[in-house]
Ligand binder design. Structure first.
Ligand code: GLC
Length: 422
């Protein structure tokens, strides 16, 4: 039975990481019009690659990045070590010169990234493109099968460098097999190489916008819900327990886009992070650093607010897991860790005075989860420890409680009720 699949230790540990930071940074960041600019704005390779000459990475501070993620409650960072443009933030060790050490930056930025992560107890993950718009001056999508085979040799050699030169890596995050769905990407060879050097690393392969949550090669450890919302996982028929991850842009581009103002609000981010955890998925929130690596002010502020939310509800966010069968109203859900349950309440009303805030209501019925069979001992809001009276109908397995919602003085968007059972 699918529910009885036990996650491998590395996959359980990945789920416990809970929240991660996605970082899209490369030469494209200098144009400031998104990471697909080479392709979408039809920039010829010979023109495009000239932008490497102004890549100084002067504002890239890996320790600051890791600290910012840590303070946001994140436990891993996925950095674009090479994106579709083909430029590597790592030292390609002679495979080609299209890398950070041969640019004015003259630094191995992946080495700095890994060191920064280690300092703050963050697991470093490597995003690596599968497709390439630069290799031998062509796009991999147009290569003959024979040339594509040679490209795969190059790809494997690149990944081998990442496996060998940076110590223990939290995971590899691949992207782009969707570009040649009929080709043999020799994934067994690529993943075998990784397992040889990094047996406990997590392998993710982004299945793309049209194949959310789909399973792929058996070596893959997590499905992806690219730029979307998680769905509860159905592991029926799976040969191993596989994790899930939602990756989300803060606006409509992954890489820096100067004129994209359509940002998520902190409220959106908190709701999406919570919803992901409700489905048992990790939440990987993206930022697009500026040209030379600076974290943009708005993204930094949102991360700080997310961190304040996490600090209030920390014990509910990482280890607790979804409970099968319990149904809650609206967007609410329950997570479980042993005998303790965490009720995540969305869209709560606000208590106060109608002269100062709209919709200031008295206590409203809340909860009403069906099939909740745990016998409640105590319940309180995690943020201020205030007690909440629970009403249980043992025969129907129904749990409910009254709440005025947020009291005047705070509104944490998604509020978490801790319920201890006997
Ligand atoms: C897509 C895009 C890419 C981005 C990725 C993140 O596959 O091609 O630009 O890196 O999604 O999920």
């Amino acid at each position: 039975m699918a529910e009885q699949l036990i996650p491998l230790p590395r996959i359980a540990a990945f789920e416990n990481l809970g929240l991660g930071l996605f970082v899209h940074w490369g030469l494209y960041s200098q144009f400031g019009v998104g990471e697909w600019t080479q392709k979408i704005h039809k920039r010829p390779v010979a023109e495009y690659e000239k932008i490497a000459a102004t890549f100084t990475a002067a504002d890239f501070d890996a320790e600051d990045l890791a600290r910012t993620a840590k303070n946001a409650g994140m436990n891993y960072i996925v950095l674009t070590t090479r994106h579709h443009e083909g430029f590597s933030l790592y030292d390609c060790c002679g495979l080609n010169d299209f890398d950070a050490v041969h640019s004015p930056a003259k630094r191995d930025l992946v080495a700095e990234f890994v060191a920064g992560c280690r300092k703050y107890g963050i697991r470093p993950f490597f995003y690596h493109t599968m497709i390439d718009w630069h290799w031998e001056g062509q796009e991999t999508v147009n290569l003959s099968e024979k040339d594509f085979g040679r490209y795969l040799d190059y790809l494997c050699a690149s990944v081998e460098i990442l496996c060998k030169n940076y110590g223990e890596i939290g995971g590899f995050w691949f992207d782009g097999t969707w570009s040649r769905p009929k080709s043999d990407w020799q994934l067994g060879r690529l993943y075998g190489l990784i397992r040889k050097y990094q047996p406990e690393t997590i392998i993710v392969n982004n299945t793309g916008l049209e194949h959310l949550g789909e399973y792929g090669h058996p070596e893959v450890d997590s499905v992806t819900f690219e730029n979307n919302s998680a769905k509860p996982m159905n592991r029926t028929g799976c040969t191993k327990y596989i994790a899930a991850e939602v990756c989300k842009t803060m606006n409509y581009h992954w890489g820096r886009s100067e004129n994209d103002f359509a940002f998520l609000s902190p409220r959106d981010v908190i709701e999406k992070a919570a919803h992901s955890r409700g489905c048992g998925a990790n939440f990987l929130l993206n930022i697009g650093p500026e040209a030379q690596g600076r974290i943009p002010d708005y993204e930094r502020s949102v991360l700080a607010i997310l961190g304040k939310w996490v600090a209030l509800y920390r014990e509910a966010i990482y280890e607790p897991r979804p409970v099968t069968g319990v149904k809650c109203p609206g967007r609410d859900f329950i997570l479980q860790a042993g005998k303790t349950y965490y009720y995540f309440a969305f869209d709560l009303d606000r208590q106060g005075d109608s002269n100062v805030m709209q919709s200031a209501h008295a206590s409203a019925l809340r909860g009403v989860c069906n099939f909740f069979t745990g016998k409640v001992k105590s319940a309180c809001w995690l943020d201020d420890q205030s007690a909440v009276e629970i009403v249980q109908n043992p025969d129907a397995g129904v749990l409910s409680f009254y709440t005025p919602g947020f009291t005047y003085g705070s509104n944490t968007v998604v509020r978490v009720l801790k319920i201890e059972t006997k």
